[in-house]
Design a protein. Structure first.
Ligand code: SF4
Length: 411
């Protein structure tokens, strides 16, 4: 099966964009390194160039360079076995000229939320580098959360998240804007911010249509290995016209495949769900089970969270942006929000079996597996880190999954 044209185009765009970003920073503009779950929309609206930390870590892993960078951490006396996903980008600052694509330029600002002790410490280390300021965002929690958040979020997010958490993050974002205005000299204009917010909703609406199309099409028109670049590269450019149009082209290409009756695996016998972060150093993994078993990975969180987790309408754009991120971690990792959502998605996609990647910071993974199993879905857990190839034995993992498919899924 040919790679999707939209995925190829998105990869090409990403390289060009990165070259342009390096040129901007070389010309004296400030670079921000931000976590995946911080509100990029503010940086977009203020035209401050930024790189997403996890995206950069995934590039390092895909280039099979994670061992080198983790070794650099070790040489500095820093742990190389904890939160590697976040630590890799920090490590690339220790060796700036050797990185993929010419290397990551040095940031002036790093922003992350304090969602865990380790993440916070990694960002603190960034903040100790000369010339780098760390701006932390708090991560608030709530006791009462509705399990059907995906129905409430687009319009009734105030009800879903609760005013206290929204008040806190809105105030922090207003302070972030002030901080950025003072440190970079850029101005924040609300009219521009509203345009960015509208583009994001349009983009994610396209992703929602694509998710729904894949969910109801048998046999599957694309596999997750095609779908992840199609959704995630534009996601890192959220709030641009390019990203909105890329999401639409991705949808249209999937639609064409469906209309033409193209199947990624014509002999499809089982539809699989992949829970966890992408296995960036071994993206060929997802195709392995098609020829031998007719088992196709049709689901990953990337398209699904784009469809359900981002869309926010409302008249107050800063509060709507706070609503996009105040409960982001909960949507993916805090039961019952996360576990109910995985079950809902498994049903929607007609899933026959779930492969669950459990890293050493599993965040609720026990509850995810339990919820899926009690809903009748067979689950296999594999233990590996999604960017640390040193801990991964692809053939052994594939053999385990093969046995599980035969014993539990294809019976
Ligand atoms: S996989 Fe999880 S931690 Fe990594 S970018 Fe996605 S949401 Fe964030």
């Amino acid at each position: 099966m040919k790679r999707l044209a939209t995925a190829t185009e998105a990869s090409r765009y990403q390289r060009e964009w990165f070259a342009g970003l390096r040129a901007r920073v070389a010309g004296g503009e400030p670079l921000a390194v931000v976590n995946a779950d911080v509100p990029h929309e503010i940086f977009r609206a203020m035209d401050i160039p930024y790189v997403v930390s996890q995206w950069w870590a995934s590039v390092i892993a895909a280039k099979q360079r994670s061992g080198h960078y983790l070794e650099l951490l070790r040489q500095r006396g820093l742990p190389d076995h904890s939160e590697q996903y976040n630590a890799l980008t920090l490590a690339s600052a220790l060796d700036p000229d050797e990185g993929p694509w010419g290397g990551l330029p040095k940031p002036a600002i790093v922003v992350g939320d304090a969602s865990g002790d380790v993440t916070r410490k990694i960002f603190d280390l960034w903040g100790r580098e000369p010339g780098v300021t760390f701006y932390p965002l708090e991560s608030a929690a709530g006791n009462e959360v509705p399990a059907n958040w995906w129905e409430l979020m687009p319009h009734r997010w105030e009800q879903a998240i609760g005013p206290a958490r929204l008040d806190l993050l809105t105030a922090e974002l207003e302070n972030l804007v002030r901080f950025l205005e003072t440190t970079t000299g850029r101005r924040f204009r609300e009219s521009r911010f509203r345009e960015v917010m509208a583009l994001v909703n349009e983009q994610e609406e396209w992703n929602r249509r694509t998710r729904d199309l894949i969910a109801r099409t048998r046999p599957a028109p694309i596999s997750v290995a095609d779908g992840i670049p199609g959704v995630m590269l534009p996601q890192w450019h959220r709030g641009t016209e390019w990203a909105r149009d890329a999401a639409r082209r991705f949808h249209d290409e999937v639609r064409e495949r469906v209309d033409a009756g193209h199947a990624v695996c014509p002999g499809e016998r089982a539809r699989l769900m992949w829970i966890g972060r992408g296995l960036w150093y071994d993206m060929g993994f997802y195709q392995r089970f098609q020829d031998e078993y007719g088992a196709v990975f049709v689901w990953s969180m990337y398209l699904a969270i784009a469809a359900d987790g981002y869309i926010r309408y409302g008249d107050d754009p800063m509060r709507a942006l706070a609503a996009r991120f105040a409960a982001f971690t909960d949507q993916l990792y805090t039961p019952p929000w996360s576990s109910e959502w995985y079950v809902k998605e498994a049903r929607l996609h007609g899933i026959d079996g779930v492969v669950h990647l459990v890293s050493d910071d599993p965040r609720g993974s026990y509850f995810t597996a339990r919820a899926l199993e009690s809903a009748g879905f067979p689950v296999i857990e594999i233990e590996a880190d999604n960017v640390d190839a040193r801990t991964y034995d692809g053939d052994r993992v594939a053999a385990r999954i093969g046995h599980w498919l035969e014993d539990a899924v294809l019976r």
